[in-house]
Write a protein that binds this ligand. Structure first.
Ligand code: GCO
Ligand code: MG
Length: 408
């Protein structure tokens, strides 16, 4: 059996999804997602210029050997661009494998450990009443877990993931007005004074059952993060995400020594070598990798297995930049993983997105249920894809009030 062709498409409704389609001499094809938010053309070029010419002629069933060939063969290993490109190939090969076996991918991983996967949505508010309204709307839809982000009084611009105006909608991550970023002003002291009380108010309003998550988005120093994690202990957060920038992994020791608030990290990691020490030293509670830029199902499963040995549960990244293909790959891992925790779920559930990526997977009552279709269970309509093309966009850049560049 041989791979005969592979094509890359960039574009989608409100997103620059990078979709890979691998074709074989048996008529079976596989789909992968290489979307790297706001750098989408790069994994696409890596695939087209370096990987696809090697892929043609390979036996698609040898997904492990193909992964090793690209990873070791590149010499310059790791990095989000390369790993997203390998990830897309790997997903597509598992898709093909499942279709050949006439089984959903979760069966090839070891079958179902649970029926559905708990997911969380993003509630945001320009202020606290606005946030409470936003959380309430998700609770009404049946969500049992919600990430909460709130505007900080007195902060000169909206803080991470928060719209400028109350009820301004959800498109807050990418600004498609061009490649030059907007500036967001950040003040740690105001955040530290306001946010623990705001989280306590959300808890008081919604009671003990709701799983409340919060994303610091890498903004604090280790000492500040330790103090924050201690201050929010009475709230009983499901997790505190990215309290410090992830490069300095020693920072997590400081947090651990001062607090038992569960810590989630890893959305910017792209290999097991970025998180093995954090996992082995049991400095985190949830690993936030994404199957896209952590090298696909093959490599992510290695990370999940290592995490399982150390009481670390999964909480895969699921920001809106993930296409339904990588979200499906994660869904198959989620129903299988013995150490599953939760899934961030934000794929734009628009009719346009459903037309581009038809599938029978289902979101119901805040849970994701994977379909029994063979492979990943998501298709890709090339006719629909022709409607879209790449649109330049950017994340904001963060500065302190004196102009110092800070962490987005
Ligand atoms: C999350 C993330 C995202 C990132 C985005 C960057 O927890 O969902 O922090 O919102 O900001 O993926 O491209
Ligand atoms: Mg995050």
């Amino acid at each position: 059996m041989k791979i005969t062709d592979a094509k890359v498409f960039v574009g989608g409704p409100g997103k620059n999804y990078v979709t890979l389609k691998i074709e074989t001499d048996q008529g079976v094809y596989g789909l992968g997602d290489a979307t790297l938010n706001n750098r989408e053309t790069l994994p696409a070029a890596y695939l087209k210029d370096y990987l696809i010419p090697n892929l043609i002629g390979m036996d698609p069933r040898n997904s492990e050997d193909i992964w090793q060939f690209f990873y070791r063969g590149a010499y310059f290993r790791r990095g989000p661009i390369a790993m997203a490109a390998f990830g897309a190939i790997d997903m597509a090969l598992w898709d093909i494998k499942g279709k050949l076996a006439r089984m959903p991918v979760y069966q090839l991983l070891g079958g179902k450990s649970r029926e559905g996967a708990l997911t969380y949505a993003h509630a945001t508010g320009a202020d606290l009443p606005d946030l409470i309204e936003s959380v309430a709307s998700y609770v009404e839809q049946g969500y049992k877990a919600v990430r909460v982000q709130c505007g900080i009084p007195g902060m000169p611009s909206a803080s991470y993931a928060v719209p400028e105006q109350p009820s301004a909608g959800q498109e807050y991550i990418t600004d498609f007005s061009g490649i030059k970023p907007k500036t967001e002003i950040w003040e740690t002291e105001r955040y530290m004074r306001f946010m623990p009380d705001a989280l306590a108010e959300v808890r008081a309003h919604f009671g003990p059952e709701l799983n409340i998550l919060h994303d610091v988005h890498h903004r604090l120093s280790p000492r500040e993060a330790a103090s924050f994690a201690k201050a929010v202990e009475p709230v009983g957060l499901y997790w505190l995400e990215d309290p410090t920038p992830a490069e300095d992994q020693n920072a997590l020791k400081m947090i651990r020594q001062h607090s038992t608030t569960p810590i989630a990290i890893g959305e910017v990691f792209n290999s097991i070598w970025d998180c093995n020490k954090l996992i082995e030293n049991e400095l985190i509670d949830f690993i936030r990798i994404a199957v896209t830029y952590a090298g696909g199902i093959t490599h992510s499963k290695r990370i999940v297995d290592l995490a399982g040995l150390h009481h670390v549960r999964t909480g895969f990244h699921g920001a809106p930049s993930h296409s339904p293909i990588s979200m499906a790959a994660q869904a198959h891992l989620n129903v299988w993983a013995p150490n599953f925790g939760i899934q961030e779920y934000l794929v734009l559930g628009t009719p346009e997105c459903a037309a581009l990526f038809p599938s029978e997977h289902e979101m119901r009552g805040g849970m994701f249920f994977v379909s029994d279709a063979p492979g990943l269970g998501v298709d890709f309509d090339e006719g629909e894809a022709a409607r879209y093309s790449y649109k330049p966009g950017s994340h904001p850049v963060v500065r302190l009030q004196d102009g110092t560049v800070w962490n987005y």
